[in-house]
Design a protein around this ligand. Structure first.
Ligand code: NAP
Length: 542
């Protein structure tokens, strides 16, 4: 195998050793009925990659969903232990794909191998986290209310409730995480953990990576003796395939990670269906960072370095990238903003994921620079050699940002807008006018944090995660994580797409009234055979 690696990015690898066909997985069957094909691109060279991937036809999408619906009848009743074994087997199969998976993903995305190695670890760790949750079992939120036949004036029935799977789920991954937010990413892991079969719409920016990981999942389905159709993958490079999936009457929920435009279009389509379904779209965010006065005076230089690092991490292609930061007007302000700009200017240009994302970055920065009262502080050309862009910093005032809300909209890439506020009142006013974001960050001394308690209260209503004296990039996969937030960060602020609570997007509560013991699910039987925590007559008990 010939492999060329520059800056950790694979730029050439031929031939790809694992067989890529460009065909869909309709359960375990391979299919390629469509007339149209598309190719992946190497963003570092602009060259088309050799495999031709087939656009799924509406009939193929239909077959995948019908297989998922048939599988649901069996899969929904699998025990936590069985589903846990399946999730772990998926992880094993992904690891067994070896370095070739990482090299393929690097070729398609220009993400460096060390980053992709970490992302694979995160993906496998995420599957394991859900497996642990299922083995422990209490996540089903079992509630038992004992009957009171003698209660006056009316008898109280025996009521038992638990979370049950919704049905087949359509999942869409994002381009910037070809493993952790893609085929075997958090949406797929949480849907499977809930007991829902998945039909995954492959991302056209990394179709080969999608095919390899889908093969791993399909092998795991077989190895675990699960019904064919528990997992399917359909390829497509246009909106039709995704729309057909969302509009299929047997799909009962959608998990999406990607752009605002894509997520909102799919959400609107789902709402217009004869039977509307929930769409959990995790979309863009600008993740405002607030530098408070004491912190600016005390450690401005170090903060500028940290902030610049967070802005440029992964060529800024993170949904938690700090796209705006607010600084108070002090004697240190000019130096602080200048240092951030210098650090950005000193960062080497980076290759973006796709030519479309690169163009959107260039035009987004161009538009921000036209807003009255806004200046671009970084002088480098926006775009460099094939596929690359340079980090950019703009500076404006809080008054201009209040008058021009587009300044707080996401420009996906390594840029940020420094917003200089006259005083505390203007900082609070700016925060009150923010729309929903994934995160907000405060840098402050303990005096600052006391003085700005109101700011924290405002931000609690605006975001899913508040960070103090850290940076928003880097999302820990853990039980307490919330990766979500009010619209337009997501289409459902009550959910998270990262961490174990993501499972509740794909379940609904079912109540069993006066059921005989033999008909009750194990989780709700009186003698608690699974030994899980349950709320019995209002108290948590094992
Ligand atoms: P994208 O362009 O929206 O693509 C995501 C997926 O949705 C693709 O499979 C795409 O397929 C499909 N799609 C998009 N628009 C569609 C439409 N109108 N109808 C049907 N399908 C549609 O997103 P991306 O460029 O890959 O990802 C970058 C964005 O994701 C950034 O904004 C970033 O902030 C966000 N992101 C968010 C999170 C989060 O957790 N909140 C995480 C990572 C990234 P086609 O291209 O074939 O249409």
């Amino acid at each position: 195998m010939l492999k060329r690696v520059r800056n950790g990015i694979v730029s050439m690898m031929c031939p790809i050793q694992m067989e890529l066909t460009g065909h869909h997985f309709l359960g375990s069957s391979r299919s390629a009925e469509g007339q149209q094909t598309f190719q992946g691109f190497n963003p570092a060279t602009g060259e088309a990659l050799p495999t031709h991937f087939y656009e799924a036809t509406p009939a193929e999408v239909g077959q995948a969903v019908e297989k998922a619906a048939a599988a649901f009848a069996v899969f929904r009743k699998k025990s936590g232990v069985e589903k846990a074994a399946f999730l772990e087997k998926i992880g094993e199969e992904i690891v067994a794909l070896g370095d070739e998976l990482l090299q393929t993903a690097s070729l398609e995305t220009a993400l460096p191998l060390p980053r992709l190695t970490g992302e694979r670890g995160r993906t496998v760790g995420q599957l394991k986290l859900f497996a642990d949750l299922l083995r422990e079992g209490s996540w089903v939120d079992a509630r038992l209310d004992t009957a009171q036949p003698d209660r006056q004036p009316a008898a109280k029935p025996d009521l038992r409730q638990m979370q049950r799977a919704l049905g087949p789920v359509g999942v869409f991954g994002a381009s910037n995480f070809p493993l952790a937010f893609s085929v075997a990413g958090g949406d797929t892991a949480s849907a499977i953990a809930a007991g829902c079969p998945v039909v995954f719409k492959a991302h056209p920016a990394h179709p080969a990576t999608c095919e390899l990981v889908a093969g791993a999942i399909v092998r795991a389905v077989k190895a675990c003796g699960l019904p064919d159709g528990t997992f399917s993958l359909v390829q497509g490079a246009g909106t039709e395939v995704g729309m057909a999936l969302v509009q299929h009457p047997l799909v009962k929920a959608v998990g999406f990670t990607g752009s605002y435009r894509g997520g909102k279009a799919l959400f609107d389509a789902a709402v217009r269906r004869p039977e509307p379904i929930p769409v959990y779209a995790e979309m863009g965010s600008t993740n405002p960072v607030f530098i408070l006065p004491g912190a600016l005076r005390e450690r401005g230089a170090a903060l500028a370095v940290g902030l610049a690092g967070s802005i440029t991490l992964g060529v800024g292609q993170f949904c938690t990238n700090p796209g705006v930061f607010v600084v108070p007007t002090l004697s240190e302000t000019t130096d602080f903003v200048k240092t951030v700009g210098e650090k950005l200017s000193a960062t080497a240009p980076g290759v973006m994921l796709t030519s479309g994302i690169r163009q959107a970055y260039a035009s987004g920065i161009g538009k921000l620079g036209l807003v009255v009262g806004t200046e671009r502080l970084t002088l480098a050309e926006l775009t460099g050699e094939t596929g690359t862009v340079t980090p950019q910093l703009l500076r404006t005032t809080a008054a201009a940002a209040l008058a021009n809300p587009e300044l707080t909209e996401e420009v996906f890439g390594p840029s940020s807008v420094a917003i200089v506020a006259d005083d505390k009142a203007q900082t609070l006013e700016f925060a009150r006018n923010l729309h929903g974001h994934l995160t907000a960050t405060l840098h402050g001394t303990s005096e600052d944090l006391t003085d700005y308690a109101e700011l924290i209260e405002i931000l609690e209503t605006k975001v899913g995660r508040l960070v103090i004296n850290g940076f928003p990039t880097g999302v820990e996969v853990a039980s307490a994580m919330v990766h979500g937030g009010p619209f337009p960060a997501t289409t459902d602020s009550r959910s998270t797409s990262v961490g174990t609570a993501a499972i509740f997007r794909f379940t609904r509560p079912v109540c069993y009234q006066d059921f005989p013991e033999t008909l009750l699910p194990e989780e709700l039987k009186s003698d608690n055979p699974l030994g899980i925590w349950r709320r019995v007559d209002g108290s948590l008990k094992k």
